[in-house]
Design a protein around this ligand. Structure first.
Ligand code: AMP
Length: 456
């Protein structure tokens, strides 16, 4: 997961506050930590910490940062634990100067690359694969002080997902791996170039969207000039994560020319077409179920009610040592409007079932509120295989749909029926074929055999 945001101001104005607001708009992509690194062409300063963007940064520590090139990161840990050392951007010091790097995605072969670097004397301060990229870059720069060729050589070694922002000297570099797993786009105003995981953050800092960084494209900003390069191994076969459209991205973002909101509405419509039922009420599981449900009720003409109310002030991270507290946490987050459910046949719509834990609890809640029947409709197809590219899912064994039929899942989570969107339906809803569907099909766009060997 994670979100990245960067700015290069050719007017040399201080961009720190704008990076902060950009990160604020990307908060949904990671809540565990945040950081900003700022360069003035010579020095790079940085500040990072654990928590939400406004918890990490105070006015004082923003004032201590000054520069016209900045990159920022919000962290959701997929590789490495939730400790400050794993927060980004990484700033690496070496004899040629400083380099700062912010990364979204997971590198499949990072353990092998890390082992090789350690054998050659590199010492790691974190357990993330983003530091592996930083150290590989340092090694190449020490051989030949040319950042473009160093990046080219490093990316040749990387297998996996990486949208990257890098500060080096007076240069800002943005790149998207050849498969384009994670989104990255460019904005522009008269004074600066902007880069963001999602277009919604460009809207928030009031900047015009320029274009998406193409899969396998490297964009280099220096002296107010933008140059683009093609990374090695970019053969035009993109494989962008479908889960960005289904769950992860904000609905007000547009990814590779496709509105996330429109996709979710399409998903709802197709879900209703593929799995009709005669319930009395349709209700979303908030928030991600809301747009699906609107599309669903357009097609199925069943009354739409928001029968589950979400407390929007609950953070995602909880220390939950006892079952009692875990049950309380679900009630703190969601509470039903009982009279909307009582004696009704209810269809609940959510984005995904991973382990089946959340849906089991929600169905129990709906039944306790008096629902006569509870049918669950899911906006993503069945998730049957783990993600190794940066979406935090689970191992094959933990994925409920990897070993159970829809009927068995219904029984397990206490629903009257469960139905998922089909894979064809999803592709139709998104309207593009160049998608990574590995978690739905078990067919991975890059070699992941080392990861499956680890699972065994
Ligand atoms: P589970 O309870 O394991 O079945 O997880 C499914 C629930 O978690 C759904 O309600 C989703 O909204 C949410 N979800 C799905 N994928 C993720 C993810 N990668 N990180 C956090 N939450 C997720």
């Amino acid at each position: 997961m994670c979100g990245i945001f960067g700015i290069y101001s050719h007017e040399k104005s201080n961009i720190v506050k704008k990076v902060y607001y950009g990160l604020y708009a990307l908060q949904h992509r990671g809540q565990e930590g945040a950081g900003i690194a700022v360069g003035n062409g010579k020095e790079i300063g940085y500040y990072k910490g654990l928590g939400l963007v406004p918890e990490v940064f105070s006015n004082k520590n923003l004032q201590n940062l000054y520069g016209h090139i900045g990159i920022g990161h919000v962290r959701y840990s997929t590789t490495g634990g939730n400790i400050i050392e794993n927060c980004q951007p990484f700033v690496v010091n070496s004899s040629f100067g400083k380099i700062a790097i912010a990364h979204n995605g997971d590198i499949v072969n990072s353990s092998e690359l890390k082992r090789e670097l350690e054998k050659n004397g590199h010492i790691f301060v974190s357990s993330t694969d983003s530091e592996v990229i930083a150290q590989l870059l340092v090694r190449e720069l020490l051989k030949d002080d040319d950042i473009i060729s160093a990046i080219m050589k490093v990316t040749e070694k990387l297998n996996g997902a990486y949208s990257l922002l890098i500060i080096y000297d007076d240069t800002l570099i943005a790149l998207r791996d050849p498969k384009g797993f994670k989104p990255l786009c460019i904005g522009k105003d008269e004074g600066a170039y902007y880069f963001s995981s999602e277009s919604c953050a460009l809207d928030i800092v009031n900047v015009d969207f320029e274009k998406d960084v193409s899969p396998g494209e490297m964009v280099v900003i220096k002296n107010n000039e933008m140059k683009t390069y093609k990374l090695p191994n970019s053969n035009g076969n993109a494989s962008t994560c479908m889960f960005e459209y289904v769950y992860f991205a904000r609905p007000d973002s547009v990814i590779d020319g496709i509105s996330v909101y429109a996709v979710r509405r399409n998903i709802g419509r197709i879900l209703a077409r593929e799995n009709p039922n005669n319930s009395d009420v349709v209700s979303p599981v908030p928030d991600s179920g809301i747009i699906f449900s609107q599309g669903y009720t357009e097609e199925a003409s069943v009354p739409y009610y928001e029968a589950l109310i979400k407390n929007r002030y609950i953070g995602r991270t909880f220390i939950l040592p006892t079952q009692e507290e875990r049950d309380l946490a679900v009630r703190l987050k969601l509470n039903p409007v009982k009279h909307l459910l009582r004696d009704k046949k209810v269809t609940l719509i959510d984005d995904s079932i991973v382990r089946g834990t959340t849906s089991g609890k929600i169905i129990k809640m709906a039944r306790k509120a008096g629902a006569k029947e509870v049918h669950l409709r899911i906006g993503s197809p069945r998730i049957v295989s783990p993600c190794f590219y940066g979406i935090d899912m689970a191992t094959t064994k933990e994925l409920i749909a990897s070993s159970k039929t829809d009927e068995e899942i219904s029984e397990c989570i206490g629903a009257d029926s469960v139905a998922y969107l089909s894979i064809n339906g999803l592709v139709e809803a998104i309207g593009r074929n160049d998608l990574c569907l590995a978690c739905l099909t078990g067919k991975y766009p890059t070699d992941v055999s080392c990861k499956f060997n680890c699972e065994k």
